[in-house]
Design a protein around this ligand. Structure first.
Ligand SMILES: O=C(O)CCCC[C@@H]1SC[C@@H]2NC(=O)N[C@@H]21
Length: 249
């Protein structure tokens, strides 16, 4: 394991089932926060049990950490990670045009899905012993259309949209530095500055969107994200606060 200037460890493997699984294996002995990167994953997973297509040359990484606080606070790290991803994209391309954040935690580029985040945690008695923040970025190749659900946002790659050819390890260097900055901000000042920064980069704020769970569908105007990270929609029946859903534009 290598140490980085911002005090996080780095663990790069050629091939692994999933960097999230690798994080779970390392968790009992990891001395501190560590970024785990794999050049290839054989069983990558996405949100809601979906398969995550992982063509070579894309970033597959997981940050393993021991956060202070309760599970609700730990879950807000998805916004911290989304901001760091946004900044890393700006750092490697030199531009923010076309980049936006889709609730809860996708990064969009020119309206297509560039990156996704999946949080997993372990703990008991109301605490979190480990948090794993899994991050996939389509740097060189977007998965083929058949690999994603029909209603999903079309996948795009950084290379196809901007012409920037960025190696996963170079992207991770920017991502880790940006994450360390936002993590310090989050720990020092709480969620509010993160929430505000996230909202200023949000896709479709003020527009009518649809939030769907396995049991319900809510259509409304995207008003804000509240202090718990919930999506707030203004609907015909009033204001609705949604803790978890897939969003459709
Ligand atoms: O569904 C999403 O949008 C989240 C995708 C998360 C994919 C990453 S790739 C690195 C890490 N390992 C996994 O198996 N999944 C996450």
């Amino acid at each position: 394991m290598t140490d980085w200037p911002h005090g996080y460890g780095l663990h790069i493997v050629q091939e692994v089932d999933s960097t999230l699984n690798e994080a779970a294996r390392l968790a009992p002995t990891a001395p501190g926060p560590v970024w785990i990167m794999a050049h290839h994953q054989t069983a990558a997973r996405g949100r809601r049990g979906r398969v995550w297509a992982n063509p070579k040359g894309n970033l597959a990484a997981t940050l393993l950490m021991r956060p202070q606080g309760n599970p609700e606070q730990a879950a807000l790290r998805s916004f911290v990670a989304a901001l760091a991803l946004f900044d890393a994209c700006v750092a490697v391309t030199g531009r923010a045009d076309g980049l936006s954040l889709k609730w809860p935690n996708d990064v969009l580029l020119n309206g297509g899905k560039l990156a996704g985040i999946l949080l997993e945690s372990t703990g008991k008695g109301g605490g979190v012993s480990h948090l794993a923040i899994g991050i996939g970025v389509n740097l060189s190749e977007a998965p083929p259309a058949y690999a994603v659900e029909q209603s999903a946002v079309r996948p795009v790659s950084l290379l196809s949209e901007t012409g920037a050819a960025v190696l996963p390890e170079d992207f991770l260097t920017e991502l880790a530095a940006a994450y360390a900055r936002y993590e310090t901000q989050f720990v020092t000042y709480g969620f509010e500055p993160i929430r505000t920064a996230w909202l200023s980069r949000a896709a479709r704020l003020g527009e009518v969107i649809t939030a769907r769970t396995s049991t319900s569908e809510t259509v409304g105007t995207f008003e804000t994200v509240d202090s718990n990270g919930n999506l707030v929609l203004k609907t015909a029946k009033g204001r609705v606060s949604i803790p978890a859903a897939d969003v459709f534009f």
